[in-house]
Design a protein. Structure first.
Length: 79
């Protein structure tokens, strides 16, 4: 799926990912390819992206929100 992780000042990641785990207000959850459309508020924690090839990236965040629609995931974060 296409993923963008952005903050007010920069784009932290733009590319493909197999899964993305985010820290929501109701606990962490993972979004996979073809996940249902969703918008959720994020709390402080880690955003973890896995590309399916054993590589992953992590971002420590203070909060934000996530939106997924039509296999395009946008994670807007405050660092």
């Amino acid at each position: 799926m296409k993923v963008e992780v952005i903050s007010p000042s920069e784009t932290l990641y733009s590319g493909e990912a197999e899964s993305v785990t985010v820290p929501s207000q109701m606990g962490p959850f993972t979004l996979l390819e073809h996940h249902a459309a969703i918008v959720a508020i994020l709390e402080a924690g880690k955003v973890v992206l896995n590309n399916g090839k054993g590589e992953h990236r992590e971002f420590d965040i203070k909060g934000g929100f996530v939106e997924n629609h039509s296999n395009q995931l946008t994670v807007c974060v405050e660092l």
